[in-house]
Design a protein around this ligand. Structure first.
Ligand code: SAH
Ligand code: SF4
Length: 333
C-alpha cells in the first residue's frame, strides 16, 4: 500500500474525497480504487497510477494454526513483521511501529537490527488492513490491537498517535481494545496522559532493580526505572487508568524470590498497577526461566496481593513470538 500522495491528489478534486478513500480502504477493505465508485472516474484513474492499495506480503502459519505472521514489504524494499493471534472468541493483531529499533535491548531480536526507519501512520494501519482482508474471507475480524511488534512506539510518537486515531475513527476498533507497549520513554508517557487517546498503556519493566535493568535495557541509563515510575504515577493521576508492567522471566537474571519481593514493593505503590509475566523467548543470549521458578515468582506476587497475569507464548515455530520479530527479508530487496 502506498498512500503518500493520496491527500495531495484528492485535495485537487474535493477535500472530502480524502475521507472517502480512507473509509473505503480502511473500513470497507476495498482493494482497488476502481471499487470506490463514489469517486469520479478521473480521480480513480489518477489514484490508481500514483497510489496503491496492494499489500506486498508473505504469510507464515504456525503448526497449530493459531498464530500467523506476515512479512510486509514497502515500496522502498524494507520490510516489517506483523502477527495475528487467533483465540476462539477473538483475534489479536500485533503491529510494528518502526523498521528495527534503536534501543538494543539485550533480549530482543528487533533490537539487534538497529533502526532503519520509522513507519508512517498508514504503514502501521496497513498491517491491520492486511489481517482484516484475510479474516473477512472467513467472516471474522480483528478485535484487538497491540503495539508490541518491531520498534519503540514512543520514539515514533506522532505517527503512532495518528495511527491510533485512524484505527479508532476509521477502522472502528474501540480504544479499550488497543494497547501500546513502551520501554519507558518518560516525556512521551507524560505526553500520552495529556493526549488521552483512551487506549491501554503497558510498560516493559523486566526488573525492579536499576542495575539489572541497565544491563538488560541500555535505555534505562537515560530513562531510569525511578523516572518511569514517576511518569506512570502522573499518567494514572491524570487518566485513572490501569497500567500494565510487562516482566520477562529470564533465568538467573531477574527471576529469584528476592526479585519478586522487590517487585512487590514497587507494585504496592499504586492500586492500578498490574504485572504481566512473560515467558522469555530465547533469542541467543540468556535462558528461559523454568516453570517452577515462574510459578514461585507468581505466587510471591499473588500472596502479596499484587495483581498478576501471565502471557502465553504463541508461534515460536514461525518466529512470531514476542521479541523474535526481525523482518528476515529486510536486506533481500
Ligand atoms: N518497544 C516496545 C514494544 C515492542 S516489544 C517495548 O519494548 O515495550 C514488545 C514486548 O516484547 C516488550 O514487552 C518486550 O520487552 C517483549 N520482548 C522483547 N524481547 C522478548 C523476548 N525475547 N521474549 C519475550 N518477550 C520479549
Ligand atoms: Fe526496541 Fe522494545 Fe525490542 Fe527494546 S524490546 S529493542 S525497545 S523493540
Amino acid at each position: 500500500m502506498n498512500l503518500v500522495e493520496l491527500k495531495n491528489i484528492t485535495d485537487k478534486y474535493k477535500p472530502f474525497y480524502y475521507k472517502e478513500v480512507l473509509k473505503a480502504a480502511f473500513f470497507n477493505l476495498s482493494e482497488s480504487f476502481d471499487e470506490i465508485t463514489v469517486l469520479p472516474k478521473d480521480l480513480r484513474a489518477e489514484l490508481e497510477s500514483n497510489c496503491s492499495l496492494e499489500i506486498k506480503s508473505k504469510l507464515f502459519v504456525s503448526n497449530d494454526k493459531r498464530t500467523q505472521k506476515a512479512l510486509i514489504t514497502f515500496d522502498d524494499g524494507l520490510s516489517i513483521e506483523t502477527v495475528l493471534m487467533s483465540h476462539e472468541d477473538r483475534n489479536t493483531v500485533c503491529v510494528s511501529t518502526q523498521i528495527g529499533c534503536s534501543l538494543g535491548c539485550r533480549f530482543c531480536s528487533t533490537g539487534k537490527m538497529g533502526l532503519k526507519r520509522d513507519l508512517t501512520d498508514f504503514e502501521i494501519v496497513e498491517q491491520i488492513i492486511y489481517w482484516q482482508r484475510l479474516l473477512k474471507d472467513k467472516d471474522k475480524k480483528v478485535d484487538n490491537i497491540v503495539f508490541m511488534g518491531m520498534g519503540e512506539p514512543f520514539l515514533n510518537y506522532e505517527n503512532v498517535i495518528s495511527a491510533i486515531e485512524i484505527i479508532k475513527n476509521v477502522c472502528k476498533i474501540g480504544a479499550r481494545h488497543i494497547s501500546v507497549s513502551t520501554v519507558g520513554i518518560v516525556d512521551k508517557i507524560i505526553q500520552f496522559a495529556k493526549d488521552e487517546p483512551q487506549v491501554n498503556l503497558a510498560i516493559s519493566l523486566h526488573s525492579p532493580d536499576e542495575k539489572i535493568r541497565d544491563k538488560l535495557i541500555p535505555a534505562n541509563k537515560k530513562w531510569s526505572l525511578t523516572k518511569i515510575l514517576q511518569a506512570v504515577d502522573s499518567y494514572i493521576q491524570k487518566t485513572n487508568r490501569q497500567v500494565m508492567f510487562e516482566y520477562l522471566m529470564i533465568d538467573n537474571v531477574n527471576d529469584s524470590a528476592d526479585h519478586a519481593k522487590q517487585l512487590v514493593k514497587l507494585m504496592k505503590q499504586n492500586k492500578l498497577f498490574v504485572v504481566n509475566l512473560i515467558k522469555y523467548n530465547q533469542t541467543g543470549k540468556y535462558e528461559t526461566s523454568s516453570r517452577e521458578k515462574m510459578d514461585q515468582f507468581r505466587q510471591i506476587l499473588e500472596k502479596n496481593k499484587v495483581k498478576v497475569t501471565q502471557r502465553y507464548s504463541f508461534g515460536q515455530d514461525i518466529k512470531a513470538a514476542c521479541g523474535q520479530l526481525a523482518g528476515e527479508m529486510t536486506n533481500s530487496k
